[in-house]
Ligand binder design. Structure first.
Ligand code: HEM
Length: 565
């Protein structure tokens, strides 16, 4: 036999072996795998590639929603993974029996310092519990109260910027001075987190120097998502660098950046007795062990807090203003209530005057987080034993989760789910615990309203629920309540519709320092705002790209000082 024939035979043998193995794996995944009975596209049942592809593309939340629309409330979106879109599944997975689930290895893609997971990425329960005990000092009522002056300072700066048409403004073809609202709310939330975590804002609202960090942070989160979906990438770094080069690079830069900021803050110690989050993190101790955070843990937590606290709050604030700008009736009513409640803008602070005095305010914030949840995808958990979720048998070892974007659009939970209707949160009263309503319902209409609100609440979880839910919820709401109320008090505003939403408005780009400009940006690049609606979002949706925390670009909005009546 010639050498060539031997090589051909060898290659054929290897190919047959690999082909046989793949065929067997495919056969197993489609027939004998414990999730084989669950519906989903063939490719998703066979491989994780579609999941990674959509993670990379940034439309994972829409992909899940399309699957749920097609296949129903339970969908197999990867060979070993299932997504649900119901409140029953939400309750079971995230706040049910703690022994049944654990955060999945998806979160191993997150830690900024190898070997030092943050409170968010800690998978082992005892490790998370310890971190959370320490962290909770930084989120206590007392800490929140001491944060208020710093938050207010930034809200005032944001409100000033919205009314200043000489800064961060682009003129539309018809001559309107427009602001890209997601950029401004990102400057705001980064500045707040800078003040609260590191005792020094990033000053993005007032200067362009640190604005480059926005893209870096978003790309870092995107890298976490892609690596979380495909754990092999950590073991094969050359593949990650080849296919996902710029997000991998930006993630490295972001880790360096947050390390530098945190180190500076550590060096300051307690100088000036500033009680920022870092102060609490540095001094807090676990009551059980008496231990606090060590240096690498502090770095890991501060890296997490920049992403967790900034991107999310920026999305909710921009989303809320976007939806109000698109729905003048609601905006006018909210504005009327805010202006009736206060004589001057300086009187507006977070607290019960806003939440109890103007329930519509929180309803508007919640409705925008329903339609555009800041963390829109699935938060995966691994089953530690065989379980039955919402009537579906899930075997030990499989990953499950709820797709927030899909659940928030599920008609089982929401009447006219695709419509923006903040009043849905008020029709059944304002109490969180909806079970309390059943006794007081007087007539059919009232019962229907109570059911509607109760049903909506059961299917709503922008902050997730249970022990791994958001620790910054109260902080985020206090920023949002006050900022939205002040903006409504000071301005009349609208989304700038220079064309029809969803059909392209006008071109924009970014200049060399990553500043937003109308027309062409760096390298002649031109983007179109609100170009195309993707399947799974409605016309007028505040659009998100799922980078774990939602990335956003929009809307262009016009703000006019309120006319004195
Ligand atoms: C509107 C604003 C916000 C939204 C919608 C939001 C949403 C979420 C969600 C969905 C989770 C669960 C993530 C998971 O299971 O993987 C989470 C966790 C977390 N969030 Fe937020 N968040 C917001 C604001 C904040 C703020 C302002 C902070 C801090 C300053 C913060 C800090 C955290 C932390 C530390 C965790 C991890 C908690 C744990 O695992 O125990 N978040 N958030």
């Amino acid at each position: 036999m010639s050498l060539l024939e031997t090589i051909v035979q060898f290659v054929t043998l290897v190919a047959a072996f690999v082909g046989g193995f793949l065929a067997l794996a495919a056969f197993y995944r489609l027939t004998l795998h414990p999730l084989a009975q669950y519906p989903g596209p063939l490719l998703c049942k066979l491989s994780s590639i579609p999941d990674v592809y959509h993670a990379w593309k940034g439309d994972r939340h829409l992909h899940y929603y399309r699957l749920h629309r097609k296949y129903g409330s339970v969908v197999r979106y990867a060979p070993n993974k299932v997504s649900f879109d119901t409140g029953a599944a939400l309750k079971h997975i995230y706040s049910g029996n703690k022994k049944e689930f654990i955060k999945s290895d998806f979160y191993e893609g997150f830690p900024a310092v190898k070997g030092f997971p943050s409170v968010h990425s800690a998978i082992i329960k005892s490790e998370h519990a310890k971190k959370k005990r320490v962290m909770s000092h930084a989120f206590s009522e007392q800490a929140l109260a001491s944060a208020q002056p710093y938050i207010m300072d930034k809200i005032v700066q944001l409100c000033d910027l919205l009314g200043d048409n000489t800064r961060d403004t682009v003129v539309t073809p018809s001559g309107k001075p427009a602001k890209m609202i997601s950029r401004l709310t990102s400057y705001f939330s980064f500045d707040v987190m800078g003040e609260l975590c590191f005792g020094k804002g990033f000053d993005m609202l007032t200067s362009a120097d640190n604005r480059f960090a926005l893209r870096m942070t978003s790309n870092a989160a995107h890298r976490h998502l892609v690596y979380g979906c495909f754990r092999l990438l950590d073991k094969l770094p050359f593949i990650g660098s080849y296919f996902f080069g710029h997000i991998v690079e930006d993630r490295k830069k972001f880790v360096e950046y947050s390390r530098a900021v945190a180190s500076k803050r550590m060096a300051l110690g307690d100088e000036g007795h500033r009680k920022d989050l870092f102060h609490y993190l540095m001094h807090a101790t676990d009551p059980e062990t008496g231990k606090g955070f060590e240096r690498n843990e502090l770095l890991s937590e501060s890296n997490l807090l920049i992403v967790a606290g900034s991107d999310t709050t920026a999305t909710s604030l921009a989303g809320c203003l976007h939806y109000l700008g698109l729905h003048p009736d609601v905006r006018k009513e909210l504005t009327r209530q805010v202006r009736a409640q206060f004589y001057s803008v300086d009187e507006i602070h977070s607290g019960s005057t806003l939440t109890k005095g103007i329930p519509l305010l929180r309803a508007c914030i919640d409705e925008s987080m329903r339609l555009s949840p800041p963390v829109p995808g699935v938060l995966p958990r691994t089953a530690l034993e065989d379980v039955v979720i919402d009537g579906c048998k899930i075997p030990k070892g499989c990953d499950v989760g709820v797709s927030t974007w899909s659940m928030h659009r599920n008609p089982k939970h929401f009447v006219k789910p695709l419509e923006y209707d903040p009043y849905r949160w008020l029709r059944g009263g304002q109490v969180d615990d909806s079970s309390k309503y059943s006794d007081v319902a007087q007539d059919i209409d009232e019962k229907a309203a109570l059911n509607e609100t109760a049903n909506a609440r059961a299917g709503y979880a922008p902050f997730s629920i249970g022990t791994r839910s958001c620790i910054g919820r109260a902080l985020a709401y206090s920023e949002l309540d006050c900022a939205v109320a002040r903006i409504c008090f000071m301005y009349d505003f609208e989304v700038c519709l220079e064309g029809k939403l969803g059909s392209g408005v006008f071109g924009y780009g970014y200049d060399d320092s990553d500043e937003f400009v109308a027309g062409r940006g760096k390298g002649g690049k031109i983007n179109e705002w609100d170009v195309k609606k993707r399947d799974g979002e409605e016309i007028g949706t505040f659009r998100l790209w799922d980078h774990f925390a939602g990335e956003k670009e929009g809307s262009m909005m016009v703000f006019a000082h309120a006319k004195k009546e």
